[in-house]
Design a protein around this ligand. Structure first.
Ligand code: SF4
Ligand code: SF4
Length: 292
């Protein structure tokens, strides 16, 4: 018997501060118990603040290699300094691990075999339980790069855990922007939810994310958050989406209680903001229809 594909919904925003994580958390609640959460904002994760994960297991994420020098073997011939194109070796022939790009040229040229390339951990991945189901999240080490690779690992682990736990949906909280970690968070996505607020910069960023989804041929949909803060800009989002045939799956009016819910560590549905309840319940119905 062939197994039904697990549907993956990736929540993006293009710009930070639009309420992406608030929406991801409420989608996790609305889709519970058939879903699993994946926090792919590995540079600045905050979904765990709302989800309060427990029973975590963790493992270190190993990414690229960096050059390590054995000073006892070094004769200070200077060949490594000449060959390094990333200014990672100083005039004392010491290697700065923060600038080493792991190209391996210095290890290759060193006549004394004083330099070796070693794999470095650059983050930690966690699997945990929450009141709405399992969650995979990660944190990049301070100063470490390769957030795209770490996001790919979170997606991979989420898929495996979702299969093991027989979940039907993965809710991915992506990073802001359109960079490498965002592209990694689009792997396997069936639907991209773009959270936008009615401001000119947020609309501009929404359009950039939409272009990305079109490039990767993934269905986009839009949620207008804080919809009541600027009617003119709200209408321009609606008109744009209509012209581009992009569904708007929900509109949430601006409500100060959303911030109180966050401070309490609750989703906006748990906090009980009456004004939003109808929109939130309709939101999951609209998304489910799109996933069909
Ligand atoms: S190439 Fe090797 S021996 Fe020469 S300075 Fe660099 S580490 Fe030392
Ligand atoms: S591995 Fe490449 S980037 Fe790193 S120190 Fe050696 S030459 Fe420079």
């Amino acid at each position: 018997m062939t197994r039904e594909k697990i549907k993956q919904i990736t929540v993006l925003s293009g710009k930070g501060g639009t309420g992406k994580t608030t929406i991801s958390a409420v989608l996790a609640q609305l889709s519970s118990p058939i879903s699993l959460m994946a926090d792919c904002d590995v540079d600045a994760p905050n979904l765990h603040l709302l989800m309060d994960p427990t029973d975590s297991s963790s493992e270190r994420f190993l990414s690229g290699k960096i050059a390590i020098k054995d000073s006892e073997l070094c004769t200070k011939c200077g060949k490594c300094l000449k060959v390094c194109r990333f200014d990672a070796i100083n005039t004392d022939f010491e290697i700065d691990s923060m600038h080493c790009e792991g190209c391996g040229a210095c290890a290759w040229i060193c006549p004394e075999s004083a330099i070796t390339m070693e794999i470095q951990p650059s983050g930690t991945i966690y699997e945990a339980k929450t009141r709405f189901g399992p969650m995979v999240h990660a944190l990049l080490d301070v100063g470490a790069e390769n957030s795209g690779k770490l996001v790919s690992e979170v997606i991979q682990k989420s898929q495996e855990l979702a299969q093991h736990e027989e979940k039907k949906v993965i809710i991915v909280d992506g990073s802001p922007g359109i960079g490498c970690p965002v592209i990694a968070a689009l792997t396997n996505a069936d639907l991209v939810i773009i959270v936008v607020e009615p401001t000119m910069t947020a609309i501009h960023d929404m359009k950039r994310v939409i272009e990305l989804t079109q490039f990767f041929k993934i269905q986009p949909a839009v949620i207008i958050n804080k919809a009541t803060i600027n009617e003119e800009q709200r209408v321009s989002i609606v008109d744009f989406c209509k012209n581009e045939s992009i569904p708007i799956v929900g509109e949430l009016s601006y409500n100060l209680a959303i911030y109180k819910a966050m401070v309490n560590g609750e989703t906006i549905l748990e906090y009980g903001i009456q004004e939003l309840e109808g929109s939130l319940n309709q939101l999951w119905k609209n998304i489910s229809e799109l996933l069909q």
